[in-house]
Design a protein around this ligand. Structure first.
Ligand SMILES: [Zn+2]
Ligand SMILES: [Zn+2]
Length: 371
Protein backbone atom coordinates (compact mmCIF):
# COMPACT_ATOMS: atom_id res chain seq x y z
CA UNK A 1 0.00 0.00 0.00
CA UNK A 2 1.25 3.38 -0.97
CA UNK A 3 -0.37 5.56 1.59
CA UNK A 4 2.16 6.57 4.12
CA UNK A 5 0.94 10.13 3.71
CA UNK A 6 -0.86 11.71 6.60
CA UNK A 7 -4.58 12.22 6.67
CA UNK A 8 -5.54 15.68 5.40
CA UNK A 9 -7.91 16.30 8.29
CA UNK A 10 -5.20 15.34 10.71
CA UNK A 11 -2.77 17.76 9.04
CA UNK A 12 -5.17 20.63 9.67
CA UNK A 13 -6.10 19.26 13.07
CA UNK A 14 -9.86 19.02 12.45
CA UNK A 15 -12.49 16.31 12.72
CA UNK A 16 -13.68 14.57 9.58
CA UNK A 17 -17.07 16.17 10.03
CA UNK A 18 -15.67 19.68 10.40
CA UNK A 19 -17.58 22.55 8.78
CA UNK A 20 -16.07 24.77 6.10
CA UNK A 21 -15.65 27.53 8.66
CA UNK A 22 -13.80 25.21 11.04
CA UNK A 23 -11.48 24.09 8.27
CA UNK A 24 -10.76 27.67 7.27
CA UNK A 25 -10.06 28.64 10.87
CA UNK A 26 -7.76 25.66 11.39
CA UNK A 27 -5.88 26.43 8.19
CA UNK A 28 -5.30 30.08 9.20
CA UNK A 29 -4.01 29.05 12.56
CA UNK A 30 -1.64 26.40 11.16
CA UNK A 31 -0.49 28.63 8.31
CA UNK A 32 0.35 31.47 10.68
CA UNK A 33 2.40 29.10 12.79
CA UNK A 34 4.27 27.39 9.98
CA UNK A 35 4.69 30.12 7.37
CA UNK A 36 8.40 30.01 6.36
CA UNK A 37 8.65 33.78 6.83
CA UNK A 38 7.54 33.39 10.43
CA UNK A 39 8.79 30.04 11.66
CA UNK A 40 12.45 29.34 12.30
CA UNK A 41 11.86 25.57 12.22
CA UNK A 42 13.84 23.98 9.35
CA UNK A 43 10.84 21.74 8.61
CA UNK A 44 8.56 24.76 8.28
CA UNK A 45 8.76 24.93 4.50
CA UNK A 46 7.58 21.32 4.04
CA UNK A 47 5.05 21.62 6.77
CA UNK A 48 3.58 24.76 5.29
CA UNK A 49 3.31 23.11 1.88
CA UNK A 50 1.56 20.14 3.48
CA UNK A 51 -0.94 22.41 5.26
CA UNK A 52 -1.57 24.37 2.11
CA UNK A 53 -2.14 21.21 0.04
CA UNK A 54 -4.54 19.83 2.63
CA UNK A 55 -6.48 23.09 2.63
CA UNK A 56 -6.65 23.17 -1.19
CA UNK A 57 -8.47 19.84 -1.08
CA UNK A 58 -10.65 20.26 1.99
CA UNK A 59 -11.82 23.79 1.13
CA UNK A 60 -13.12 22.65 -2.25
CA UNK A 61 -16.39 20.75 -1.68
CA UNK A 62 -15.97 18.56 -4.72
CA UNK A 63 -12.37 17.63 -4.02
CA UNK A 64 -13.13 17.15 -0.34
CA UNK A 65 -15.86 14.69 -1.21
CA UNK A 66 -13.57 12.80 -3.54
CA UNK A 67 -10.99 12.68 -0.80
CA UNK A 68 -13.62 11.40 1.64
CA UNK A 69 -14.48 8.66 -0.83
CA UNK A 70 -11.15 7.62 -2.18
CA UNK A 71 -8.49 9.20 -0.04
CA UNK A 72 -5.47 10.60 -1.83
CA UNK A 73 -6.32 8.50 -4.85
CA UNK A 74 -9.29 10.72 -5.53
CA UNK A 75 -7.41 14.03 -5.41
CA UNK A 76 -3.78 13.31 -6.32
CA UNK A 77 -4.00 13.66 -10.10
CA UNK A 78 -1.00 16.02 -10.12
CA UNK A 79 1.29 13.79 -8.08
CA UNK A 80 1.27 10.41 -9.77
CA UNK A 81 -2.30 9.24 -10.32
CA UNK A 82 -4.40 6.85 -8.34
CA UNK A 83 -2.97 5.06 -5.34
CA UNK A 84 -2.03 1.42 -5.12
CA UNK A 85 -5.54 0.20 -4.46
CA UNK A 86 -6.71 1.42 -7.83
CA UNK A 87 -4.01 0.08 -10.10
CA UNK A 88 -5.33 -0.81 -13.49
CA UNK A 89 -7.93 1.91 -13.49
CA UNK A 90 -7.46 4.81 -15.86
CA UNK A 91 -8.42 7.65 -13.57
CA UNK A 92 -10.92 9.05 -11.21
CA UNK A 93 -14.05 8.65 -13.32
CA UNK A 94 -13.22 5.01 -14.04
CA UNK A 95 -12.81 4.40 -10.34
CA UNK A 96 -16.12 6.03 -9.72
CA UNK A 97 -17.83 4.00 -12.42
CA UNK A 98 -16.43 0.77 -11.08
CA UNK A 99 -17.88 1.49 -7.66
CA UNK A 100 -21.07 3.34 -8.29
CA UNK A 101 -22.33 2.40 -11.69
CA UNK A 102 -21.48 5.61 -13.47
CA UNK A 103 -22.95 8.19 -11.17
CA UNK A 104 -19.79 10.28 -11.14
CA UNK A 105 -20.10 13.89 -10.11
CA UNK A 106 -22.61 15.58 -7.88
CA UNK A 107 -25.72 16.15 -9.94
CA UNK A 108 -26.86 12.56 -10.38
CA UNK A 109 -26.06 11.47 -6.84
CA UNK A 110 -28.82 10.64 -4.40
CA UNK A 111 -30.09 13.59 -2.42
CA UNK A 112 -30.31 13.61 1.31
CA UNK A 113 -33.74 12.90 2.67
CA UNK A 114 -35.39 13.88 5.90
CA UNK A 115 -35.70 11.24 8.57
CA UNK A 116 -39.12 9.66 9.02
CA UNK A 117 -40.99 10.09 12.29
CA UNK A 118 -41.44 7.33 14.86
CA UNK A 119 -44.37 4.94 14.98
CA UNK A 120 -46.72 5.32 17.92
CA UNK A 121 -48.73 2.77 19.89
CA UNK A 122 -52.06 3.45 21.53
CA UNK A 123 -53.65 0.89 23.87
CA UNK A 124 -57.41 0.85 23.42
CA UNK A 125 -59.75 -1.05 25.75
CA UNK A 126 -63.13 -2.14 24.40
CA UNK A 127 -65.96 -4.32 25.68
CA UNK A 128 -66.59 -7.90 24.60
CA UNK A 129 -69.71 -6.84 22.68
CA UNK A 130 -67.87 -3.99 20.92
CA UNK A 131 -65.26 -6.48 19.70
CA UNK A 132 -67.94 -8.81 18.36
CA UNK A 133 -70.17 -6.18 16.77
CA UNK A 134 -67.56 -3.60 15.77
CA UNK A 135 -67.62 0.02 16.87
CA UNK A 136 -66.08 3.43 16.37
CA UNK A 137 -63.92 5.00 19.05
CA UNK A 138 -62.60 8.48 19.57
CA UNK A 139 -59.03 8.46 20.80
CA UNK A 140 -56.89 11.35 21.95
CA UNK A 141 -53.13 11.37 22.28
CA UNK A 142 -50.10 13.64 22.27
CA UNK A 143 -47.92 13.59 19.18
CA UNK A 144 -45.01 15.51 17.66
CA UNK A 145 -46.64 17.48 14.88
CA UNK A 146 -45.57 20.17 12.44
CA UNK A 147 -44.30 23.33 14.14
CA UNK A 148 -46.67 26.07 13.07
CA UNK A 149 -44.10 28.85 13.53
CA UNK A 150 -41.69 27.51 10.91
CA UNK A 151 -44.09 25.24 8.98
CA UNK A 152 -41.92 22.29 9.91
CA UNK A 153 -38.67 23.46 8.35
CA UNK A 154 -36.96 24.11 11.69
CA UNK A 155 -35.59 27.39 10.32
CA UNK A 156 -36.21 30.77 11.92
CA UNK A 157 -39.00 32.78 10.30
CA UNK A 158 -37.60 34.54 7.23
CA UNK A 159 -34.80 32.01 6.79
CA UNK A 160 -34.65 28.61 5.14
CA UNK A 161 -32.61 25.47 5.62
CA UNK A 162 -29.57 25.44 3.38
CA UNK A 163 -27.86 22.66 1.49
CA UNK A 164 -25.49 20.86 3.84
CA UNK A 165 -21.97 22.13 3.11
CA UNK A 166 -20.36 18.87 4.15
CA UNK A 167 -22.23 16.46 1.87
CA UNK A 168 -23.55 19.00 -0.65
CA UNK A 169 -27.05 17.77 0.03
CA UNK A 170 -26.32 14.12 -0.64
CA UNK A 171 -26.96 13.15 2.95
CA UNK A 172 -24.07 10.72 3.00
CA UNK A 173 -20.32 10.84 3.21
CA UNK A 174 -17.89 8.32 1.85
CA UNK A 175 -14.53 7.59 3.32
CA UNK A 176 -11.72 5.35 2.17
CA UNK A 177 -10.02 2.84 4.40
CA UNK A 178 -6.95 0.79 3.63
CA UNK A 179 -7.41 -2.91 4.22
CA UNK A 180 -5.60 -6.15 3.36
CA UNK A 181 -7.79 -6.40 0.28
CA UNK A 182 -7.15 -2.88 -0.93
CA UNK A 183 -9.17 0.24 -0.43
CA UNK A 184 -12.64 -0.03 1.01
CA UNK A 185 -15.18 2.72 0.52
CA UNK A 186 -17.33 3.31 3.54
CA UNK A 187 -20.63 5.11 3.05
CA UNK A 188 -22.33 6.59 6.07
CA UNK A 189 -24.97 9.16 6.92
CA UNK A 190 -23.54 12.65 6.90
CA UNK A 191 -22.82 13.57 10.54
CA UNK A 192 -23.41 17.26 9.93
CA UNK A 193 -26.98 17.01 8.59
CA UNK A 194 -27.82 13.51 9.91
CA UNK A 195 -28.46 12.38 6.36
CA UNK A 196 -31.07 15.03 5.69
CA UNK A 197 -29.01 16.92 3.10
CA UNK A 198 -29.96 20.26 4.61
CA UNK A 199 -28.92 22.16 7.69
CA UNK A 200 -30.68 24.87 9.65
CA UNK A 201 -28.35 27.79 10.30
CA UNK A 202 -30.67 29.89 12.47
CA UNK A 203 -33.13 27.60 14.23
CA UNK A 204 -36.82 28.37 14.79
CA UNK A 205 -37.35 29.64 18.34
CA UNK A 206 -40.53 27.66 18.92
CA UNK A 207 -39.17 24.19 18.07
CA UNK A 208 -35.43 24.94 18.41
CA UNK A 209 -34.78 23.74 14.87
CA UNK A 210 -36.60 20.41 15.17
CA UNK A 211 -39.55 21.43 12.99
CA UNK A 212 -42.00 19.76 15.39
CA UNK A 213 -43.95 20.63 18.51
CA UNK A 214 -45.98 18.33 20.72
CA UNK A 215 -49.70 18.64 20.24
CA UNK A 216 -52.92 16.87 21.16
CA UNK A 217 -54.58 14.96 18.36
CA UNK A 218 -58.04 13.38 18.35
CA UNK A 219 -59.01 10.65 15.91
CA UNK A 220 -62.00 8.45 15.26
CA UNK A 221 -60.94 4.85 14.84
CA UNK A 222 -63.18 2.28 13.18
CA UNK A 223 -63.03 -1.03 15.06
CA UNK A 224 -64.08 -3.85 12.73
CA UNK A 225 -66.49 -6.52 13.97
CA UNK A 226 -64.58 -9.63 14.98
CA UNK A 227 -61.47 -7.93 16.29
CA UNK A 228 -59.74 -9.86 19.06
CA UNK A 229 -57.46 -9.29 22.02
CA UNK A 230 -53.94 -8.31 20.90
CA UNK A 231 -54.93 -7.23 17.39
CA UNK A 232 -53.45 -3.98 16.12
CA UNK A 233 -54.99 -1.47 13.78
CA UNK A 234 -52.43 0.43 11.74
CA UNK A 235 -53.20 4.01 10.81
CA UNK A 236 -50.56 5.12 8.34
CA UNK A 237 -49.29 8.69 8.60
CA UNK A 238 -50.91 9.21 12.03
CA UNK A 239 -47.65 8.61 13.92
CA UNK A 240 -45.02 11.13 14.87
CA UNK A 241 -43.93 13.57 12.19
CA UNK A 242 -40.26 13.34 11.17
CA UNK A 243 -37.94 16.19 12.14
CA UNK A 244 -37.72 19.11 9.68
CA UNK A 245 -40.43 17.92 7.34
CA UNK A 246 -39.65 14.20 7.50
CA UNK A 247 -42.55 11.86 6.65
CA UNK A 248 -44.80 10.73 9.52
CA UNK A 249 -44.71 7.26 11.04
CA UNK A 250 -47.73 5.05 11.68
CA UNK A 251 -50.06 4.86 14.65
CA UNK A 252 -50.71 1.35 15.91
CA UNK A 253 -53.89 0.99 17.93
CA UNK A 254 -53.43 -2.10 20.11
CA UNK A 255 -56.85 -3.50 21.00
CA UNK A 256 -57.63 -5.02 24.41
CA UNK A 257 -60.95 -6.79 24.79
CA UNK A 258 -62.62 -7.11 28.20
CA UNK A 259 -63.69 -10.67 29.05
CA UNK A 260 -67.39 -11.67 29.03
CA UNK A 261 -68.79 -12.79 32.41
CA UNK A 262 -70.01 -16.14 31.08
CA UNK A 263 -68.92 -16.61 27.46
CA UNK A 264 -65.48 -17.83 26.47
CA UNK A 265 -64.10 -16.83 23.10
CA UNK A 266 -61.69 -18.66 20.82
CA UNK A 267 -61.36 -16.78 17.52
CA UNK A 268 -64.80 -16.79 15.93
CA UNK A 269 -66.17 -19.48 18.27
CA UNK A 270 -67.96 -18.82 21.55
CA UNK A 271 -68.43 -21.33 24.38
CA UNK A 272 -71.01 -21.41 27.15
CA UNK A 273 -71.18 -23.95 29.93
CA UNK A 274 -74.82 -24.82 30.85
CA UNK A 275 -75.37 -26.59 34.18
CA UNK A 276 -78.45 -28.84 34.29
CA UNK A 277 -79.62 -31.27 36.96
CA UNK A 278 -79.97 -35.01 36.58
CA UNK A 279 -83.73 -34.62 36.38
CA UNK A 280 -83.46 -31.87 33.74
CA UNK A 281 -81.06 -33.95 31.69
CA UNK A 282 -83.28 -37.02 31.97
CA UNK A 283 -86.64 -35.35 31.48
CA UNK A 284 -85.62 -32.46 29.20
CA UNK A 285 -86.07 -28.72 29.77
CA UNK A 286 -85.51 -25.28 28.30
CA UNK A 287 -82.66 -23.10 29.48
CA UNK A 288 -81.66 -19.49 28.89
CA UNK A 289 -78.27 -19.00 27.15
CA UNK A 290 -76.55 -15.60 27.00
CA UNK A 291 -75.47 -14.63 23.48
CA UNK A 292 -73.99 -11.43 22.07
CA UNK A 293 -77.46 -10.61 20.73
CA UNK A 294 -79.20 -11.13 24.08
CA UNK A 295 -80.45 -14.19 25.94
CA UNK A 296 -81.74 -17.08 23.91
CA UNK A 297 -83.90 -20.04 24.97
CA UNK A 298 -82.34 -23.39 24.20
CA UNK A 299 -83.99 -26.80 24.42
CA UNK A 300 -82.29 -29.53 26.44
CA UNK A 301 -83.75 -32.76 25.08
CA UNK A 302 -84.89 -35.56 27.36
CA UNK A 303 -82.01 -37.98 27.87
CA UNK A 304 -79.23 -35.42 27.33
CA UNK A 305 -75.88 -36.90 28.34
CA UNK A 306 -73.11 -35.11 30.27
CA UNK A 307 -70.66 -33.20 27.99
CA UNK A 308 -73.23 -32.93 25.21
CA UNK A 309 -72.55 -29.98 22.91
CA UNK A 310 -75.40 -27.97 21.47
CA UNK A 311 -74.30 -25.75 18.61
CA UNK A 312 -76.03 -22.46 17.90
CA UNK A 313 -74.99 -21.79 14.33
CA UNK A 314 -74.04 -18.23 13.39
CA UNK A 315 -74.25 -17.05 17.00
CA UNK A 316 -70.49 -16.72 17.34
CA UNK A 317 -68.13 -13.90 16.33
CA UNK A 318 -68.03 -12.45 12.79
CA UNK A 319 -65.02 -13.37 10.67
CA UNK A 320 -62.70 -10.37 10.47
CA UNK A 321 -61.99 -10.85 6.78
CA UNK A 322 -64.94 -12.84 5.42
CA UNK A 323 -67.86 -10.48 5.61
CA UNK A 324 -71.16 -12.02 6.59
CA UNK A 325 -69.55 -15.18 7.93
CA UNK A 326 -69.87 -15.86 11.65
CA UNK A 327 -68.68 -18.54 14.00
CA UNK A 328 -70.93 -20.63 16.26
CA UNK A 329 -71.90 -20.56 19.91
CA UNK A 330 -71.22 -23.92 21.55
CA UNK A 331 -73.38 -24.76 24.55
CA UNK A 332 -71.61 -27.40 26.64
CA UNK A 333 -74.02 -29.25 28.88
CA UNK A 334 -72.71 -30.09 32.34
CA UNK A 335 -75.01 -32.52 34.19
CA UNK A 336 -74.74 -31.88 37.89
CA UNK A 337 -75.12 -34.60 40.48
CA UNK A 338 -76.73 -33.19 43.67
CA UNK A 339 -74.54 -33.25 46.76
CA UNK A 340 -77.30 -32.41 49.22
CA UNK A 341 -80.73 -34.07 49.26
CA UNK A 342 -83.84 -33.29 51.25
CA UNK A 343 -85.60 -36.22 52.96
CA UNK A 344 -88.24 -36.26 50.25
CA UNK A 345 -85.68 -36.13 47.44
CA UNK A 346 -83.81 -39.03 49.00
CA UNK A 347 -86.96 -41.13 49.27
CA UNK A 348 -87.84 -40.41 45.67
CA UNK A 349 -84.36 -41.32 44.47
CA UNK A 350 -84.42 -44.53 46.50
CA UNK A 351 -87.78 -45.35 45.00
CA UNK A 352 -86.31 -44.63 41.57
CA UNK A 353 -83.35 -46.97 42.25
CA UNK A 354 -85.64 -49.71 43.53
CA UNK A 355 -87.83 -49.36 40.44
CA UNK A 356 -84.75 -49.64 38.22
CA UNK A 357 -83.56 -52.70 40.21
CA UNK A 358 -80.42 -50.87 41.33
CA UNK A 359 -78.47 -51.28 44.53
CA UNK A 360 -78.21 -47.68 45.91
CA UNK A 361 -77.72 -45.88 49.21
CA UNK A 362 -75.64 -46.87 52.22
CA UNK A 363 -77.34 -49.31 54.61
CA UNK A 364 -77.79 -47.78 58.04
CA UNK A 365 -76.99 -44.26 56.86
CA UNK A 366 -80.58 -43.07 57.35
CA UNK A 367 -80.63 -44.32 60.91
CA UNK A 368 -77.24 -42.84 61.63
CA UNK A 369 -78.32 -39.46 60.33
CA UNK A 370 -81.58 -39.74 62.27
CA UNK A 371 -83.75 -39.61 59.14
ZN1 LIG B 1 -24.70 16.61 5.17
ZN1 LIG C 1 -40.36 25.65 14.40
Amino acid sequence: MATTERDLYEILGVERGASDAEIKRAFRKQAQQWHPDVSADPAAHDRFKEINDAYQVLSDPERRQRYDMFGRAGVDGSTGGPGAGFEGFGGFSDIFDAFFGGSAGGSAARRGRPQPGADLRYDLRITFEEAVNGTEKEIEFRVLDRCETCSGTGAKVGTEPVTCPQCQGRGEVRSVRQTMLGQMVNVSACPRCRGEGKVVESPCETCRGDGRTERKRALRVAIPAGIDEGHQIRLTNEGELGPRGGPPGSLYVAVHVAPHPSLQRDGTELYYEAKVSIAQAALGTRISVPTVDGDEEVEIKAGTQPATEIRLRGKGVPHLRRSGARGDLHVLVDVQVPTKLSKKQRELLEAYAKEAGEQAGQPGLREKLGL
